[in-house]
Design a protein around this ligand. Sequence first.
Ligand SMILES: [Zn+2]
Length: 211
Amino acid sequence: MSATAPPPSMSAPLTTAADPPDISELFASVQSHTLLANLSFNNFATFLCRTKILKEDILQPQPYNVSIFCAPNFLPQSVKAFLAASLDMPLDVVDVLWSFTKDIVWELPSSAEASADDEDAFRTYGHELGLTKRTLYPPIKICANHECAAWQRGSLLKKEEPRRIVLFTHGEGAKPGWTVHLKCRVANFDEECNTNYQANYSVKGGLQTYY
Ligand SMILES: [Zn+2]
């Protein structure tokens, strides 16, 4: 990133991702930080893999004015606790590692490719924190109803309704998961929008719309 780039505006959320560091910048940052002196490559790679799986869980609890296009600066408490416990890492090491890798993670595709170790980690440490590698989120982050004040303001959908589900997978049979519905609660003149965004369709009034 250019050193002369103007600082981002405090009021308007950023609409493009920050440039991730290249490998030499990243390794120089890791090397210069005393907390990361004993970081193994395996823990580093696993950290990237698990944060990639949890991208939606990292984004959803952020304040409404955090951009959906950029990696958030702070991890939610549950995600931080899961990474610390499953990687046997102090919480402050998780924070430092996230600050160095967040823009790399944000560029990685959000697939739920997980190793057997990840699977065990989610079962042992994640489920009690409400984290699974299979959480279905709506693909929509901003209300799509053009008559709604939330769409006009571009503010994030924040009213979450998580539910436990069982996912039937081709490869691995029945697996525990969560589905998260996002409801638009913005008052539009004298009426609430109330559009409910599910994983693959939305409901407004009696009308279901598939994405
Ligand atoms: Zn709305």
